[in-house]
Design a protein around this ligand. Sequence first.
Ligand SMILES: [Zn+2]
Length: 158
Amino acid sequence: MKKKKKCGFCKKTFPKSKIARINKMWRCIFCKRKKRKEHREDLRRNVLGIRKRADISKEVRERREQREKEGNKYLPSIKSIKYRKITPALGLYLTKVEWQVLNQKYINNGLSSKEAYRKVKGIREYLMDFTQKLRKEKKSEEELSIRFKEEFEKLCET
Ligand SMILES: [Zn+2]
């Protein structure tokens, strides 16, 4: 009988011709193919400029830290805003402080107070739609809170 080996990824056993040892782990040709495909997709994503949500939030965080290091005198840092615990009854919305932060940011960027107000209002409506959509997808409140925060941070960066 031929010797068989167990793939460390899919946990199935394969004859030696269909499995190889890569980085101290046995990997079958199917898992190897899958891994290669993932790698290709990552590359494609990079080329097309499509980024994963996790990448974006990491970038946002890094940029914010950089900005804090440089010391932004005009804006209270986004980090200082406490994200409230979300209860389903309350829903997700911009707090007064968040509203002010955004409003001030747009005014600093040269918008009139009327334009800034309209822009923040648009953002609020957008976030409300966004969370409503997530609710329909039956996401947990925790996930909602994270996604809301990420979305808000993204909006703060643009
Ligand atoms: Zn496998």
